[in-house]
Design a protein around this ligand. Structure first.
Ligand SMILES: NC(=O)c1ccc[n+]([C@@H]2O[C@H](COP(=O)([O-])OP(=O)(O)OC[C@H]3O[C@@H](n4cnc5c(N)ncnc54)[C@H](O)[C@@H]3O)[C@@H](O)[C@H]2O)c1
Length: 312
């Protein structure tokens, strides 16, 4: 089978490239490197792998057969989408439109990498797929949340109107090797601060909750969803929930640093709780995460201590 992975040189996309190659598929990785890095895929030597530098907000045509389109291209961390608000909206809207068009032309199956951010600052915890969310469309996070909500809407429209075979993965916080040290997300932040013996920056009072999924579990969930026959959204994430303060203690404990915690202002519209209800993923995909937090964190810490490429 031949698959396109947009955003394939990013954190999740590069692990998905590895997984598909491991399973014997052909992979075309399409990326414009706006937040990704060629280093994330430099370990790949397979002749079933092709890299194409391209901005998916511009149309893309292939003469050869394409069977699957995994559409992951999008800035994903708040630091990135605050700095790139228009690019984020464009890749969610034009990029998704273009990739749906490409999939339609090839009668290929299409998967959208959506996000738990479609639930905004949720009034329901844990969040099931049936919850419609609580998003501020005009706040600074709106550029990401609404781009993804639009992406879901156009994906369902192509499914209903054109009868296309589509999938929507609502991805919750994921961590692992190949995250960027400075991408502002809590896992690389805490690990790198603790490794340097610096204080850990907690936004707000640290009582907000998060749940963390290890990257190998996440890409396994994406693959299973693509191979399923289910076209409604599916949450993919780890239901283990903890406060940010508790998470800081876990990181400091594993690294054995004497870092303390310092508090800074909570960003606008920061979600107070975040935990996936994964009943649907269990029922439909037979999927649930298998990597424990300590195991996943140790692997991620090793990556930040001494970069190891291609260790998937
Ligand atoms: N990592 C998470 O915890 C998480 C959570 C929810 C959703 N997601 C979604 O998963 C996907 C991947 O996230 P990630 O964490 O790997 O982020 P990332 O920034 O590491 O990867 C995104 C990739 O998309 C590429 N890209 C962005 N705009 C593009 C464009 N116009 N054309 C071509 N390539 C473009 C970037 O260069 C990058 O390589 C995103 O769609 C994100 O919204 C991730």
């Amino acid at each position: 089978m031949k698959a396109i992975i947009t955003g394939g040189a990013g954190f999740l996309g590069s692990h998905l490239c590895d997984l598909l190659l491991l399973k014997g598929h052909e992979v075309i990785c399409v990326d414009n490197l706006i937040t990704g890095s060629a280093q994330n895929i430099e370990h790949i030597e397979s002749d079933r792998f092709t890299y194409l530098e391209h901005d998916v907000t511009k149309p893309l045509y292939f003469g050869d057969r394409i069977d699957y389109v995994f559409h992951l291209a999008s800035p994903a961390s708040p630091i990135d989408y605050f700095a790139l608000p228009i690019q984020t909206l464009k890749v969610g809207a034009l990029g998704t439109y273009n990739m749906l068009g490409l999939a339609k032309e090839h009668a290929a199956r299409f998967l959208l990498a959506s996000t738990s951010e479609v639930y905004g600052d949720p009034l329901v915890n844990p969040q099931p797929e049936t919850y419609w969310g609580n998003v501020n469309p005009i706040g600074p996070r709106g550029v990401y949340d609404e781009a993804k909500r639009y992406g879901e809407a156009i994906t369902m429209a192509y499914h209903r109107y054109h009868g296309m075979d589509t999938r929507i993965a609502r991805i919750f916080n994921t961590y692992g090797p190949r995250m960027r040290a400075g991408d502002g997300r809590v896992v690389p932040n805490f690990i790198n601060q603790a490794l340097r013996g610096e204080d850990l920056t907690v936004y707000g009072d640290g009582s907000q909750t998060r749940s963390f999924c290890y990257v190998s579990d996440l890409v396994d969930g994406l693959f299973r969803l693509m191979m399923s026959d289910f076209s409604d959204p599916v949450n993919i994430g780890n239901p283990g929930e903890m406060t940010v303060l508790e998470f800081a203690e876990v990181v400091v404990g594993i690294i054995g640093s004497d870092s303390r915690v310092v508090f800074e202002d909570l960003p606008v519209d920061d979600p107070k709780v975040r935990r996936p209800d994964i009943s649907r993923a269990k029922d439909v995909l037979g999927w649930e995460p298998v990597v424990g937090l300590e195991e996943g964190l140790k692997e991620t810490i090793r990556y930040f201590e001494k970069p190891i490429r291609g260790s998937y």
